[in-house]
Design a protein around this ligand. Structure first.
Ligand SMILES: [Zn+2]
Ligand SMILES: [Zn+2]
Length: 109
């Protein structure tokens, strides 16, 4: 009985470290890529690519936070799945586009 328990314990112990690492890394990656953004943003980036529609600046996974989704009709609730109301703009161009408004509303969403 004691032997059995010991054996199971050993198995668990030898299994754990090798299991833990990849999972922790996957979670870490997920957390990094799943920054607090809304779904439409991810979709827009997928459809239109990680490039600013105005200045043509290209983005990658490291600085993608600087690339934001602009709603062409100004309605943040109008999110057609084909991306027709979205435009990917870098924060600089986006601010320019909204020069009459503040971007606070966008970022607080
Ligand atoms: Zn731009
Ligand atoms: Zn906008």
């Amino acid at each position: 009985m004691q032997n059995k328990r010991y054996g199971r314990d050993l198995k668990r112990r030898t299994k754990k470290p090798s299991d833990d690492r990849p999972v922790a890394e996957i979670i870490k990656e997920l957390k990094q890529s799943n920054a607090p953004t809304s779904d439409y943003r991810e979709q827009s980036l997928r459809i239109h690519g990680m490039i600013c529609a105005k200045c043509g600046r290209e983005f990658d996974f490291k600085n993608r936070k600087l690339l934001t989704v602009h709603h062409k009709d100004g309605n943040h609730h109008n999110n057609p799945q084909d991306g027709s109301n979205w435009e990917n703009l870098c924060v600089y161009c986006h601010e320019d586009e909204h020069s009459r408004f503040t971007l606070g509303d966008y970022f607080n969403k």
